[in-house]
Design a protein around this ligand. Structure first.
Ligand SMILES: [Zn+2]
Length: 331
């Protein structure tokens, strides 16, 4: 009954102002790829809207109050929702006062621009790998107008070089962003629940109240929003994985600036083929098909050793018999 009420409430959408928090329908879904419309997703319910690798917003989801980050005293022509401007202003001022001024690398992206971004990364590293660090169109927090990829003011792209999270600005942001309503969506070591590789620069605005609760809870944004607000029904996974649609085709022009970075975190479910010792911030090359280490002619190490020993034994036996016969003939 509760589930039915919650679902009905969600379906009514924008006409209901401030519906009561609902319980999640079932446990947090395991990481997989699907295209299920998230719920709630009314523009007024921005703080409670969850998008991930399963849940999405429609193509025509365009926040009505987009405005320039210049309103918060930050450089660049990037757009964010006006609801975050007061907190973003204070965050930027506090970072500057602490000696760690921040800038914006990327902010709002439309469905169409996310198509281009995702296609670019698919062209670089292939569809399967790109999904780990770039959201498919409709699944990006950037389309909500609530996500910002930060960088050091006057600095380079945060995914170039060493872990930006260890830089003065990155460290400061990780420690203090929540006090201004921003949560790091994809923290280090949480890929198994966020379903994305670690992104030190990507923060989602949820407002100070929710951010404080999320920070205190110790769980990730995805876990928190799912458990407290998400009412979308996510059916059990089917055997078929959604195939890359036309939007995933690597059609972006080479000049398309990449706006998400491929810093990958090892996943037990999907090992990354990034070469050991390679610059971790370089776009990972597609893994050439090769036999896993320790495999020889389709045999594992133990079987191969047994076959080799048997072969040596046979050769020794043949030699022994041959020498024996020659020896007899010689007598
Ligand atoms: Zn981002």
């Amino acid at each position: 009954m509760l589930i039915a009420v919650c679902t009905a409430t969600g379906l009514l959408g924008t006409s209901l102002a401030g519906p009561a928090p609902a319980m999640a329908i079932g446990p947090l879904p395991a990481c997989r790829y699907d295209d299920i419309l998230t719920q709630p997703r009314a523009y007024s319910q921005w703080a409670r809207t969850l998008v991930d690798t399963i849940l999405s917003v429609p193509k025509d989801y365009v926040p009505p109050d987009l405005t320039s980050v210049g309103q918060a005293g930050l450089a660049g022509s990037f757009q964010v929702r006006a609801v975050m401007i007061p907190d973003l202003t204070n965050l930027a001022a506090a970072a500057k006062a602490a000696g760690n001024p921040i800038g914006v690398q990327s902010a709002y992206r439309s469905y169409v621009s996310q198509q281009a971004v995702f296609a670019y990364w698919v062209s670089i590293s292939g569809y399967r790998l790109a999904r780990l660090y770039s959201a498919r169109p409709g699944h990006s927090e950037h389309q909500l107008g609530l996500a910002i990829d930060f960088k050091t003011a006057d600095g380079g792209t945060p995914w170039t070089g060493t872990d930006w999270g260890d830089s003065p600005a990155g460290s400061w942001l990780r420690a203090h962003a929540w006090q201004y309503g921003f949560i790091q969506s994809y923290p280090k070591g949480k890929q198994s629940v966020t379903c994305y590789s670690y992104e030190s620069w990507h923060f989602r605005y949820v407002g100070r109240a929710e951010a404080a609760l999320i920070h205190a809870s110790g769980v990730t944004l995805r876990e928190y929003l799912w458990a407290h607000f998400t009412t979308a029904e996510v059916p059990p996974p089917t055997a078929a994985t959604p195939s890359p649609g036309p939007s995933a085709a690597p059609s972006a022009s080479p000049s398309e600036p990449p706006t998400e970075a491929p810093t990958l975190e090892p996943s037990p479910a999907e090992p990354t083929p990034t070469a050991t010792g390679a610059d971790p911030t370089e776009p990972p090359a597609s893994a050439p098909p090769s036999a896993p280490a320790g495999v020889w002619l389709g045999l594992d190490a133990t079987s191969a050793a047994l076959v080799a020993a048997l072969a040596v034994a046979i050769v020794m036996l043949v030699l022994s018999v041959t020498l024996s016969r020659r020896s007899r003939r010689a007598r």
